[in-house]
Design a protein around this ligand. Structure first.
Ligand code: ATP
Ligand code: MG
Length: 310
């Protein structure tokens, strides 16, 4: 919501023990989000059929039909009987001040979801990506991957700020891929107490996104791969770019393309998100996507990806 006045003018410092504030807002926008939904939406846009795992409330019905229309399998989303879907509610004033709340709600029930029966339904997964979620749920799903031998991807993002070193170590150790942005990669080192080399030694591939500067991919004992961001991008609103990058990167891996190509596909998908307001408001035809890929990374990239995009 957008408040036209200044929050600071409504706060009476001597009265903080009996706060009762109400703001008449001029603007309300409701946007879809959630890292799991954003990433699976992106995979769906590239023609894949990802399985969304998590917990939502009875109010999930509309969101479910939106995601299913865009290729996401939502059958394994647990629906809570007592709590609403997680949501972030934020009011901003013209000075950029914010009053916000995050309601985890049904998200806390993610810890009750077992992966085994889902794999029984859909078959062995290429990867299980464990994104920011209920921390107990993240831990349980990571553990289950280790026990059952599913390749897993650690993508703790927003949860890093709230997690201690012990939890982060358990979420990352043995991951096939570790995703983070540059800031988060430093937070991982700081909180786990592992050096950059040690983090790398504990994961198969470390993918670090660098905002407008693109992305870096590292594997122990191999040369670092750096890929620049897509060309001709007009940044409008960055929320969800990281999720879109992951979707593109993972789609390319599922097509058996190499790491450099995967970064290129990720950067082009991210470009669509940074150019729109909202995380799932973009669309493109296969030829538009391939055209952008060619402009940014050349004809070979477009030809190789074109064999998989329809
Ligand atoms: N201004 C930009 N111009 C072009 N590409 C961008 C820009 N910002 C981000 N990207 C693309 O998106 C990818 C992910 O960006 P970034 O590293 O900012 O992720 P993030 O910090 O996880 O974002 P968020 O958490 O807000 O989704 C980058 O690797 C790049 O390809
Ligand atoms: Mg991010």
């Amino acid at each position: 919501m957008g408040f036209g006045g200044k929050f600071a003018d409504s706060l009476v410092v001597e009265q903080l023990d009996k706060i009762s504030l109400s703001f008449l807002v001029d603007d309300l926008e409701i946007r879809r989000g959630g890292v799991g939904a954003n990433i699976t939406f992106g995979l769906g846009q590239l023609g894949l059929r990802p399985v969304l795992v998590g917990a939502a409330g009875e109010d999930f019905a509309d969101y479910r039909s939106w995601l299913e229309r865009h290729g996401v399998d939502c059958q394994s989303v647990r629906i809570s009987e007592s709590r609403h879907t997680a949501r972030f509610v934020c009011t901003t004033d013209p000075t950029g001040a914010q009053i916000a709340s995050f309601y985890p709600g049904a998200m806390s029930e993610a810890r009750l979801v077992e992966l085994g029966p889902i794999v029984g339904r859909v078959g062995e997964p290429d990867y299980v990506l464990v994104g920011a979620d209920d921390p107990d749920g993240m831990l349980r799903h990571t553990e289950e991957c280790r026990q059952r031998g599913y390749a897993f991807i650690a993508d703790p993002s927003q949860q890093l700020a709230f997690s201690g070193g012990d939890l982060i170590r358990q979420l990352i150790d043995g991951a096939s891929i570790l995703f983070s942005n540059e800031y988060e990669s430093h937070m991982i080192e700081q909180k786990t107490g592992w050096s950059a080399e040690e983090v790398l030694s504990r994961v198969g591939t470390q993918v670090t996104t660098l905002g407008k500067d693109g992305v870096r991919v590292q594997r122990a004992g191999q040369p670092t791969i750096e890929v620049t961001a897509a060309a001709d991008v007009t940044a409008v609103e960055p929320t969800g770019v990281g999720d879109a990058f992951r979707a593109g990167f993972l789609a390319a891996l599922s097509w058996d393309l190499g790491l450099e190509r995967a970064c290129q596909v990720g950067c082009v998908l991210a470009a669509y998100v940074v150019e729109t307001v909202g995380t799932q408001e973009y669309s493109f035809t296969a030829s538009e996507f391939l055209g952008r890929l060619e402009t940014s990374y050349g004809a070979d990239a477009a030809a190789e990806v074109g064999r998989h995009l329809s």
